[in-house]
Design a protein around this ligand. Structure first.
Ligand SMILES: [Zn+2]
Length: 427
């Protein structure tokens, strides 16, 4: 490999496009039966997808290591090995019946950046570290960013006992089943905090509606979630129980849902960032029936905001509404259950400028925006890394088989990051 030219080269666009197409197809060939794509966290399928990208990184001459939790780090050595490395990556697990791009686009975008340097015969100025995390999709384990937080030494002791939603086996057991060492993860030495960049599909309509290929993400919403909440009332006969005697769990839950919808509206009016979603409302157990006043219902509640204070205030409003409804409806009792709270993340302004400068070098002016979903970049940011995301336009939402993305948009964003790295060398 040669030293860098003093002025920026053009990205090798054909190589970038060809890498994205080729590796996306190979990774997505690894899946449980459809529809869509399914690679559970810490499954053999996730490991096989890692192996595809690992082999590509080895072919580029990268130095590959896995940590005790099975996260993959493939380093393309830079000219200055002492300079702060740039980690680029995402995850390869998916939700059940997920799409072709959530996670994959980020890993393959990272591989395309490294491939671009290799094919141009250029040594990057600093180490580039292709990073593939484990277990990002928290539908499998009720733990936010399990893999990246394991890498960063930030899992809580109880996280290791979290059961996978399909098998019931714990996170520690699944780590061990894939050949990793949960005991070593408990005392892992994390990499020195550096820079982390994650390409990811937007999972929302903003860029598609605006006709923009990619954007720089400078903050990530956090959440406050009740995954298994319940409301208890009193079972009764629908014909026999007079109105005054009823403690109807479904009516009480409906009241809570509508009152939290009003709380959300008020928070937005006051200029706060907030989303309120009752993602599951289950009053269809075998106990429920046409002729019964419901005595029980299960639900989950997902509050999200870019500010911890706002999450606290929304939670306080929730508890007030619960108390008010319980008082107004004797016999009704809510049990919200355990909370999980992925923290909001302010990403790095310096890294946002880094990407913006690379984009400008190819004539692009990407907007800066908020991420509504949580991502590994938030875990790195929370651990003190300079972290940034690059969102790629997509359509048909996300976490579904219909998830859409134009590979050319990802290639354009890869070009911007390639140029950003070159500019750092020149500057
Ligand atoms: Zn993702």
């Amino acid at each position: 490999m040669s030293d860098l030219p003093t002025s920026a080269s053009a990205p090798p666009r054909a190589v970038i496009a060809q890498t994205i197409a080729r590796i996306l197809e190979r990774v997505n060939a690894i899946s449980a039966d459809g529809p869509g794509f399914t690679r559970p966290s810490y499954s053999a399928l996730e490991s096989q997808a890692h192996a595809v990208v690992e082999a590509e990184a080895v072919a580029l001459g990268c130095l590959v290591r896995r940590d005790a939790a099975g996260n993959l780090f493939a380093t393309m050595p830079g000219q200055n090995r002492a300079a702060r490395p740039l980690y680029i990556g995402s995850h390869l697990d998916t939700v059940s019946q997920g799409g072709a791009y959530d996670g994959q686009a980020g890993v393959i975008g990272a591989l395309a950046v490294l491939t671009a340097f290799h094919s141009a015969g250029l040594t990057p100025p600093m180490d580039l570290v292709l990073t593939i995390t484990r277990a990002e999709e928290s539908v499998w384990f009720p733990v936010s960013y399990a893999g990246s937080r394991a890498a960063l030494g930030r899992l809580n002791p109880e996280d290791f006992d979290a059961p996978r939603s399909d098998t019931g086996l714990s996170l520690a057991e699944h780590m061990a089943l894939e050949g990793f060492d949960p005991e070593a993860v408990r005392s892992i030495t994390p990499p020195e905090p550096a820079r982390f960049l994650e390409f990811h599909i937007e999972q929302g309509p903003v860029l598609h509606d605006a006709g923009e290929a990619y954007a720089v993400v400078d903050r990530v919403r956090g959440g406050l979630r009740y995954r298994s909440a319940e409301v208890h009332g009193i079972w009764a006969h629908s014909g026999g129980a007079p109105r005054a005697s009823r403690a109807d769990a479904v009516v009480a839950l409906a009241e809570l849902i509508l009152s939290m919808d009003a709380v959300w509206d008020r928070f937005l009016d006051e200029g706060n960032d907030l989303t309120v979603t009752f993602g599951k409302v289950d009053a269809a157990s075998p106990q429920h029936a046409m002729a019964k006043v419901p005595g029980h219902a299960e639900f989950c509640l997902d509050l999200r905001s870019d500010q911890t204070d706002t999450l606290e205030a929304a939670n306080a409003a929730l508890l007030r509404e619960v108390a008010r409804i319980e008082k107004a409806r004797p016999g009704v009792r809510f049990d919200l259950g355990a909370q999980t709270r992925p923290a909001p993340a302010q990403l790095s302004g310096e890294m946002a400028r880094f990407v913006t400068a690379g984009a400008a070098a190819q004539g692009d002016d990407p907007r800066h925006m908020l991420s509504g979903g949580g991502h590994d970049a938030a875990a790195f940011g929370a651990a003190g890394w300079d972290s940034v995301m690059v969102f790629i336009r997509n359509w048909n939402g996300s976490h579904c088989p219909e998830e859409g993305m134009d590979e050319a948009d990802l290639a354009r964003a890869v070009g911007a990051v390639f140029l950003a790295i070159l500019q750092e060398a020149a500057g």
